[in-house]
Design a protein. Structure first.
Length: 40
């Protein structure tokens, strides 16, 4: 995806004792998602 807009997501998942279960890296294309933010 070099040279194309994308959203990089890094996600850690933990067990009930705080130990890391897995680590995930995802690149989401800019045209495959919609982000909305409400401010108050």
């Amino acid at each position: 995806m070099e040279g194309r807009p994308a959203l990089l997501l890094r996600r850690l998942n933990y067990d009930q004792h705080g130990r890391i279960l897995d680590y995930d890296i995802e690149y989401w294309r800019h045209d495959s998602l919609r982000i909305e933010v409400d401010t108050h």
